[in-house]
Write a protein that binds this ligand. Structure first.
Ligand code: HDE
Length: 717
């Protein structure tokens, strides 16, 4: 065990593995892809005298930490001074948003030990064996005041415990009062707005004694129970070591057999509960605003470790139904005289934080951090919290990767397919960032998988199949037919569209390097359409694999013409681009005629020529919109060619011109041409068909695609 450099007596709770001699910036904790917490020395530049070198954030040693770089002794500071800039830049960004509630808090590390095993009640790993331990981090807080407010206002105290268990983090985020002001999460922003400093004047700080809070209370009878507690001596504790803690909500314990019982959690301070008088609290606030924080810190530093016993009140639905209140109502408690509190464990806080910001400030508690064996109830206040805490962490910590911050990271392995995001510190290897995947079959890392037996399963309160309140992760059988509609889609396509689809799958799968993936796709296609599957298999030159097993056998649905592009293609010039090829000597009047026709019908005529400047033609000169070599026919929906025979002959030796026509032809586009152009068409191997027409037929033919041509230009097998 490395040497402990903190003033706290060293206690090994598994969380305190500092490498020796790591200087001021002692360690950088990183979480390996497997989730293990690793610690590497961020900077270990010991001098011979044993003092570490001062460096910037990238490890560059600093020679002078007193003077910025200036132009001359008394001159202005230079922008070049990256050392000064980094130092000030970092300082400018030191603060993060404080918590909207519970902003002022004190945290400490510790250990939880199970003192009574309760496997009959819960499968939670931490409660299986007497003596089982896990590290914890606990943050005790006031609710109302800002981060710099005093410790002893009249207020509720937060009591948040993070258990780093071997089955993940469990956060029991409670208070020192067993009930809450409101019954439904939707009232929380109103409650908090009313109790915090008033919106216009910015005061009072950390106080309930003002208009808006009592206005709210006076209108919200449900708040009175908690108000009674807050106005009693519970609201002014003597020491954070002497407060009780409560989970407040009714939770659930679930055992290995899946049987559930309701539970309320309690923390009983070993030192007993102590309060101040109001007069004391007020005077302490003036005498020592950090009274509670200091008290906790010093007690732990001195080895006087505060401890709490964890207790439970367990009951079932039948008992709950008989009570004069609803156990899902967080404004109600269950008297200990009705259900005694049974002690099952002890938490001891035995180590102060090394760094207040890194740990106490950055710790992110979330009631959604729950482990198998414990579950939520339908308490509407709790249900709202399940949403809120994750959300607030993004706003406070700035990144979805806040779970990687050492104080928040699980101490058990964790791995999933969540990736990237701001401040990503993990370096996942391989390409498996999705699931399902079969990469392992190809010898690659396939990544983790869900485990139905050991994974978290939500308790099924009303397990009857047809109960609409049953919480399930089940896909309805009515979603099971995966093939009938793909079949309908494929069969609704025209022959040429089907050919395109088959070819595209062959092309895509030819790029797939993993043979079993190709085969599995073809196996799926057999359920869509056997002929398609055969076509693809032939295209790939692979054996037709066995048909994939269908969750539900597909049926033949009615063909739908609306699914085909070709069946509903519009033969219109509107919105279409038509390329008109001309050259020296072409007839301006003829060109104009087509331009007018196209523009008149809402299309765009683009003039293309071997040169772009003023070209002498019959009837004047004309500038082209695009150079032939730079305006391939793929840019147009159809093409028109108006050329003098001598120019056409010349162009028949120009590959750009020949390609221009050849492309339009193989792409099944309309080619309207003058007689002279024939020499280029011949060169391009273009045969006459419905879409290769003389100029005067252009208007009649339009610019639809001529799919009947396709078998002549492409192998559609
Ligand atoms: Fe909280 N509460 N809360 N709360 N709460 C927060 O989360 C919220 C409630 C409690 O030391 C916030 O990280 C909603 C009951 C503690 O870091 C936020 C509702 C109880 C802490 C939030 C409640 C609590 C918080 C602010 C009503 C006792 C401090 C910063 C549905 C059982 C944890 C943060 C720490 C903190 C929301 C009600 C206890 C905004 C919406 C009831 C001890 O997410």
């Amino acid at each position: 065990m490395p040497k402990d450099t903190s003033p706290t007596p060293s206690v090994d709770n598994g969380l305190h593995d500092h490498p020796p001699g790591a200087g001021h910036v002692k360690t950088k904790d990183t979480v390996a892809p497997g989730g293990e917490l690793q610690q590497t020395i961020a900077h270990d530049g010991d001098h011979s005298d044993g003092v570490a070198h001062l460096t910037d954030n990238f490890g560059h040693r600093i020679s002078d930490n007193e003077n910025s770089l200036k132009a001359g002794k008394r001159g202005p500071t230079l922008l070049e001074d990256f050392i000064l800039r980094e130092k000030i830049f970092h300082f400018d960004h030191e603060r993060i948003p404080e918590r909207i509630v519970h902003a002022r808090g004190s945290g400490a590390h510790g250990v939880f030990e199970c003192t009574k095993a309760i496997p009959e009640l819960t499968k939670a790993s931490i409660f299986q064996k007497v003596g089982a331990t896990c590290p914890v981090f606990t943050r005790l807080s006031t609710v109302t005041g800002g981060a710099g407010s005093v410790d002893t206002p009249r207020d509720v105290r937060g009591f948040a415990v993070k258990f780093y268990t071997d089955s993940g983090n469990w956060d029991l985020v409670g208070n020192n009062i067993p009930v809450f002001f409101i019954q439904d999460a939707i009232k929380f922003p109103d409650l908090v707005h009313s109790v915090k400093m008033e919106a216009d004047r910015g005061y009072p700080q950390a106080a309930t004694a003002h208009d808006t809070f009592w206005d709210f209370v006076s209108l919200m009878p449900e708040s009175l129970h908690t108000v009674m507690w807050a106005m009693s001596d519970r609201g002014i504790p003597r020491s954070l070591r002497m407060i009780e803690g409560f989970g407040v909500h009714t939770f659930r314990l679930v055992n290995e057999k899946g049987e559930g019982k309701f539970v309320k959690f309690h923390w009983k301070p070993v030192l007993g509960i102590e309060s101040t008088t109001w007069d004391e609290a007020v005077k302490i606030a003036g005498a020592n605003p950090d009274f509670h924080r200091q008290d906790l810190f010093e007690a732990i530093s001195q080895g006087d470790f505060p401890a709490w016993d964890l207790g439970i009140q367990v009951f079932d639905e039948a008992w709950a139904a008989k009570q004069p209140y609803d156990v899902l109502d967080a404004t109600k408690l269950i008297p200990e005289e009705d259900i005694p509190v049974e002690i099952i464990g002890r938490m001891t806080l035995n180590r102060n934080v090394d760094n207040f910001f890194a740990e106490t400030e950055q710790v992110a508690f979330m009631p959604t951090n729950i482990i198998p064996g414990i579950d939520f109830s339908n308490d509407p206040l709790l249900q709202g919290r399940l949403f809120s805490y994750l959300d607030t962490q993004k706003s406070r910590l700035g990144t979805t990767n806040f779970h990687q911050i050492p104080i928040n990271a699980a101490k058990c392995p964790f791995s999933n397919f969540q990736r990237d995001g701001m401040m990503q510190t993990l370096v996942p290897v391989g390409r498996a960032n999705y699931e399902p995947n079969s990469l392992a079959e190809a010898g690659e890392t396939g990544g983790p998988r869900a485990c139905p037996t050991t994974g978290f399963r939500t308790f099924e309160e009303n397990a009857e199949d047809n109960d609409p309140t049953r919480k399930v992760r089940i896909r309805s059988e009515t979603f099971a037919d995966h093939y009938s509609q793909p079949r309908m889609y494929y069969r609704s396509l025209t022959e040429s569209e089907q050919a395109h689809t088959a070819s595209s799958i062959v092309f895509e799968l030819s790029k797939v390097q993993i043979p079993h993936v190709r085969e599995r796709v073809v196996a799926q296609l057999r359920n869509v359409d056997e002929s398609l599957a055969k076509r693809v298999a032939t295209g790939l030159a692979i054996e037709l694999p066995e048909k994939a097993k269908a969750a539900k056998e597909p049926v033949d649905l009615r063909i739908s013409d609306a699914l085909s592009i070709q069946k509903q293609a519009k033969n219109t010039l509107k919105g279409r681009q038509i390329g008109i090829l001309f050259a020296e000597g072409s007839d301006l009047a003829e060109i104009k005629k087509f331009e007018d026709l196209i523009e008149g019908k809402g299309g765009t005529a683009v003039l293309v020529a071997p040169k772009v400047g003023g070209i002498p033609i019959k009837g004047g000169t004309l500038e082209a919109d695009g150079l032939l070599a730079g305006s391939p026919s793929v840019l147009f929906d159809g093409i028109i060619s108006i050329l003098m025979p001598d120019q056409a002959k010349k162009l028949s030796h120009d590959s750009a011109a020949v390609q221009w026509f050849m492309d339009a032809y193989t792409h099944c586009k309309t080619i309207a041409h003058c007689k002279g152009t024939q020499v280029i068409l011949d060169r391009a191997g273009i045969e006459k068909d419905d879409g290769v027409v003389p100029l005067d037929e252009f208007e009649k033919v339009g610019v639809k695609r001529h799919w009947a041509r396709e078998p002549k230009v492409r192998d559609l097998a």
